[in-house]
Write a protein that binds this ligand. Structure first.
Ligand SMILES: [Zn+2]
Length: 282
């Protein structure tokens, strides 16, 4: 959130001579700014479920149940990962579909200041990695990098929370899993609204390995928040493979649901082009 950089005023304002000082609390509030005031209101007013809006509970049990299902492979429905004939660039596992309450909640978590969802989302990914671990004895767990603009806007990279959870889940089952921030994104135009092909082209060359020396010969697991076209994972994988790593799989919190059986055909593509596919970078 856009918290003001300056501390709250205490005592007499420094510029009291140049303009009239507002007394006490009123002066403080005037300096807080609208964004911070909204945050303050959120703190003192009852919360609502980020998934369904149910009052007084941040994340209700029925919505939480959407994250409790068995992990599912979702790479076969991602256009940029599909190599046809049943093969894909890498296996991707996710516990939920990016739809309904999960979609609302993930959006609120990433861009609505709902960092209180760190805990249930991390628990879901830890459980997923524990239930379906990658086939490797030692891995680097690498979060999909945010664009500089997204990191500035959000004040953090929410996907880092998920990467830590995946590493913990893999360690739970005996995999030597360590976090490694080896990828970086360069600035560029927003990818929202681009189709799979255009998105892939726009991303090519915008993901780089920033510490290449630690990567050759290593097995790497990627972590993203939402899988849609797979363009981001494909770009990350390409950068890592070029640096000498093996990318053995990926985890995401949610994946856009596959097209329903009744619509398989000419217009079967989901509305993925309208979904932010570039993970934490918006
Ligand atoms: Zn709910």
């Amino acid at each position: 959130m856009d918290l003001p950089a300056a501390p709250l005023p205490r005592g007499a304002p420094r510029d009291a001579g140049s303009r009239p000082a507002l007394p006490g609390r009123r002066g403080g509030l005037a300096r807080l700014g609208l964004a911070a005031a909204v945050d303050l209101v959120r703190l003192v007013l009852p919360v609502a479920c980020a998934g369904c809006g149910l009052p007084d509970v941040p994340w209700c049990a029925p919505c939480a149940a959407h994250l409790l299902g068995p992990p599912r492979r979702c790479d076969h429905h991602a256009a940029r990962l599909d190599l046809l004939e049943g093969r894909t660039l890498l296996p991707v596992l996710a516990p939920a579909s990016f739809a309904g309450p999960v979609r609302h909640a993930v959006t609120a978590w990433k861009d609505g200041g709902r960092a209180d969802l760190d805990r249930p989302f991390a628990a879901a990914l830890r459980r997923t990695a524990r239930r379906v671990p990658v086939v490797a004895t030692a891995v680097l767990v690498v979060a999909v990098p945010s664009s500089p603009a997204a990191r500035r806007r959000r004040g953090r990279a929410p996907v880092d929370v998920l990467a830590a959870a995946v590493a913990a889940g893999l360690r739970d089952v005996g995999v030597d899993a360590r976090r490694a921030s080896v990828l970086a994104r360069t600035a560029g135009p927003d990818l929202a609204g681009l189709g799979a092909r255009a998105r892939g082209a726009a991303l090519a060359g915008r993901v780089r390995v920033r510490r290449p020396s630690g990567v050759p010969g290593r097995d790497v697991v990627l972590v993203d928040d939402v899988l849609t076209t797979g363009a981001t994972l494909a770009a990350c994988r390409a950068a890592l493979v070029a640096a000498g790593a093996r990318v053995v799989g990926a985890y995401a919190l949610a994946a856009t649901p596959p097209p329903s059986r009744g619509t398989v055909g000419a217009s079967a593509a989901p509305a993925a082009s309208h979904v932010h596919d570039d993970g934490p970078s918006g």
